[in-house]
Design a protein around this ligand. Sequence first.
Ligand SMILES: *Cc1c(COP(=O)(O)O)cnc(C)c1O
Length: 410
Amino acid sequence: MILRDDCAALDEADEISDLRAEFRLNSGEIYLDGNSLGPVTHAASRRVNEVINVEWAKGLVRSWNAAGWMAEPTTLGDRLAPLIGAQPGEVLVADTLTFFLAKLIGGALDLRADRHVVLTDVANFHSDIYIVEAMARRAGRPMVVKAIDRSALEKELSDDVALVMLTHVDFRTGEMLDMKGITKQVHDAGALMLWDFAHSAGAVELDVTGCDVDFAAGCGYKYLNGGPGAPAFLYVRERWQGVLENPLPGWLGHARPFNFELTYEPAQGMQAFVTSSPSVIALAALGGALEVWEHATMAQVRAKSLALTDMFITLVEDRLPGVFEVVTPREHHKRGSQVALRHAEGYGIIQALIERGVIGDFRDPDICRFGFAPLYVRYVDVYDAVERIVEVMTSEMYRDERFSQRKPVT
Ligand SMILES: *Cc1c(COP(=O)(O)O)cnc(C)c1O
């Protein structure tokens, strides 16, 4: 039996517990939705203020040069690179995730022009499926997109397959895939591999270099806390730079944007994947949010994430036996940083919990999702959250009429 005092002792011993103070959190509230929208850091707030009130207000147009605005997409990319195991010069921050997926898919299909099949996961996020289908239709040759059950991947791989696109941590179940093993299988079949890191970056240890990943992209606003609609990041392995073409070229990806030449010539390196002017205020928020990672290693974050999710699963099963189905895998190597609980009344349960100050979210048709971001979630938060889940379930307050009205964002 886990006691609240045991949790408090774990917080006391936690090497990264101080980092919670870097975040602005509402008192009395337990935030378990950093996998959807990370909270504001003081540094993000400070950086946005500085950009607006100094660089923009005083520097005006001069700041494109003087404040390094133009270089922000690659500067931030280099700061983010260690979080995914990339080398400097392999990561870019701009756009949003679906746009980056479009660029990578479009470019990759040209690199395997003799092949006509793209494989993805039928359980993938809908946006990923829309964009891969749309890019395949525009490939300049007939393509087939197969959204398969991912357990059938090996069987589906053949020398017709140009590209495999998978999300590394399943957004519903929290299952983490074997990045190294799958990437190798895909390469052995002569295909290219694109990973979506939306639920991985800032949540689990990633080693794109060691896993020989070709391409990846991920979100800035989930575990990286860059703010609502924050710019995303793009990874292109060094060997593909100068080879992979950006299918959405724009002036700022040109080798000489201020020569106003009418013939497109891509810039060197990751700059070639820039299309438009950087969104400087949004980049400032993400840049500020990344400061906290200078004080924690991914290994520390991952160890705490597994301890928090283990504890949550144990407490839910001890306190509410048989009430929820724990959908998230128990095996550590198969788990991201969230726990998904299945219940037919999931929507009402999440709404009732939000009213009681435990913020999780709901994913159709029956998944209650709880994200554990170790930079600010404490062990006592896990204990207290389960306490409130027990109250909601035993009182059956989730059945109340007011919790059944679906809001546009669940
Ligand atoms: C959150 C998420 C997205 C969102 O993409 P945006 O274009 O940045 O809104 C896409 N794919 C997956 C797997 C996600 O989890």
